[in-house]
Design a protein. Structure first.
Length: 537
């Protein structure tokens, strides 16, 4: 059994496959196999494998084109590694990916069945969106750290639409232990479920494990090309022909799935509902937020301006069907896609920078080129820093817990929160829930917490936020321009402070910056939380 299997399912894409395969074969790590699963027995694909001339590559094919999930399942069955990862035929592995994975697993991570990272992103020169063509986006952390994360909390936040699917431990951005794969297949008959095998593998992996090791640096570069299936299906002017849809995505071919073809988020939502029913229908802690879905659709409606009207119609249907207050939905006017950050280097936090690179100026043309340049952006020091396990609500003490990106209070952000930023995070749903643990000594009397916050500063416009715990309102604040940021004290009665606190922050009159002339952000921002700390008794 090889240590690692790198699996590449492909369908008639020899032009990009050649370069994706080259990035894998550039690994100096010896104990790795490469499985190329040729959907439909394409001759050009077979030629790419033969020209590679490497014994580590194993080629398999089907005589006819089969649905994507079936091709992925066959590819998985043909792999033999102790840990498995998938890359698309337009993606690439960084040169030291297998070396770093082996080092992490051997230095204390062997009990974990999932090793996950967030890839860099490269848009090929032929990508459908001209402003993004031949652009590399690389978010680089100062150190190589690894930290355990609670997978149930990831699922909880994902189904609340507080977490993007790319933050899940998918087969595309993780090494997955054979033991987990075999357990899922024995229980469910197969590993890849639903329509989108990348997204659903993230749900399955999180469901089948208690925790995941998260790397602070990527092991791969995700490629978006003219072949990228999800974008090709939902981000161009017209949906694929019915025969192609029935061949590749049979679950989406039925009339009741028409909404799923309108928008990428709707297609993912269909898979979310399917897997919720299959895997954790009885788990009341994982709740599919239809309001969260509608708000996400509205916020991303201009990701594909060509389907703006169809997406708006879908939003209206969902809001009416599920009795969602239309005042909670901010639909921006039709316009161009949100622009990329300017070319150059941007600080995301004190320990992280984002490189936005013009591939044409840098001489890039393929994912192979992008991986080569990306490797040069990473710190040379590969010493691994092990961070404390983040599993469940964090303990609040007199030292502030930070809600900033990679802050030690991240796991307190249960539901209702947006992406973490360099300073903290905004509540983007009507209710933002914080879950915290308090020291035992603090349970004997009232618990006093100091919350550092921010709100949208507007003269003459008040922001009312209510703090509720145990079904009772503890505090209510009115924020205006004079107190748009600062620190408030929350006092929790002793009978509520029983070691685990759940604080619900209700933003009564949240508004979107776009409504107030403060930018293009269409999220309804209630309260921004920066830090929380325990005050002495």
């Amino acid at each position: 059994m090889p240590r690692f299997s790198v699996v590449i399912p492909t369908l008639r894409r020899a032009d990009t496959l050649e370069h994706a395969l080259a990035t894998v074969l550039a690994q100096p790590f010896a104990d790795v196999e490469v499985v190329v699963q040729n959907n439909g027995g394409d001759a050009a694909t077979r030629d790419v494998v033969e020209r590679a001339g490497d014994d580590r590559v194993r080629h398999f094919q089907t005589d006819d084109v089969v649905p994507m999930t079936d091709n992925w399942e066959l590819a998985l069955a043909n792999s033999a590694g102790e840990y498995v990862t998938f890359i698309g035929d337009d993606d690439g592995l960084l040169p030291d990916a297998c070396d770093i994975a082996a080092t992490v697993l051997e230095s204390g991570g062997s009990r974990f069945e999932l090793l996950m990272w967030e890839p860099f992103l490269y848009c090929w020169p032929e990508f459908y969106d001209p402003p993004r063509r031949n652009v590399l986006l690389a978010s680089v952390a100062a150190e190589l750290s690894v930290q355990p994360l609670d997978t149930h909390l990831l699922l909880e936040r994902f189904y609340a639409f507080d977490l993007h699917y790319s933050k899940l431990p998918m087969a595309y951005n993780s090494f997955v232990a054979r033991t987990l794969i075999d357990r899922v297949r024995a229980d469910r008959g197969r590993y890849f479920l639903g329509t989108s095998p990348d997204v659903t593998s993230g749900i399955v992996n999180a469901w089948a494990s208690k925790d995941v090791l998260k790397l602070s640096r990527p092991l791969s570069v995700a490629g978006l090309s003219q072949h990228s299936s999800g974008h090709r299906m939902t981000m161009v002017d017209e949906a694929p022909p019915r025969d192609v849809l029935e061949r590749d995505f049979p679950l989406l071919a039925s009339p009741r799935s028409e909404d799923a073809l309108v928008n990428l988020e709707l297609g993912i939502a269909a898979d979310m509902l399917l897997l919720q029913e299959m895997l954790f229908a009885g788990d009341e802690t994982i709740v599919f937020s239809r309001q969260g879905l509608v708000q996400t659709l509205a916020a991303t409606i201009n990701d594909n301006p060509l389907r703006y009207d169809a997406t708006k119609e879908a939003i209206d249907r969902l809001a009416e069907r599920h009795a969602i207050d239309p005042r909670l939905i901010v639909i921006p006017p039709k316009g161009a896609r949100t622009p990329l950050p300017a070319f150059g280097t941007h600080a995301r936090s004190p320990d992280e920078v984002l490189h936005v690179i013009d591939g044409s100026a840098a001489g890039l043309g393929t994912i192979e080129d992008a991986c080569g340049l990306a490797a040069q952006l990473l710190p040379a020091d590969r010493g691994i820093v092990w961070k404390q396990s983040r599993s469940g609500p964090p303990l609040v003490t007199t030292a502030p817990l930070s809600f900033a990106r990679d802050g030690d209070g991240s796991d307190a952000l249960a539901t209702g929160w947006g992406e973490q930023e360099s300073w903290g995070t905004w509540s983007v749903q009507p209710v933002g829930v914080l879950r915290l643990r308090v020291p035992e000594r603090a349970v004997e009397g009232p618990v006093r917490l100091a919350l550092r916050y921010r709100t949208l500063p507007l003269a003459g416009v008040a922001r009312r936020v209510e703090c509720i715990s145990g079904g009772r309102t503890l505090h209510a604040w009115n924020f205006s321009k004079s107190n748009a940021s600062g620190e408030v004290v929350v006092e929790v009665p002793s009978h509520l402070g029983n070691g685990l606190l759940e604080l619900s922050l209700h933003a009564v009159d949240a508004r979107a910056p776009s409504e107030l002339g403060l930018g293009s952000d269409t999220r309804r921002l209630g309260i921004g939380v920066e830090q929380i700390r325990l005050l002495p008794a």
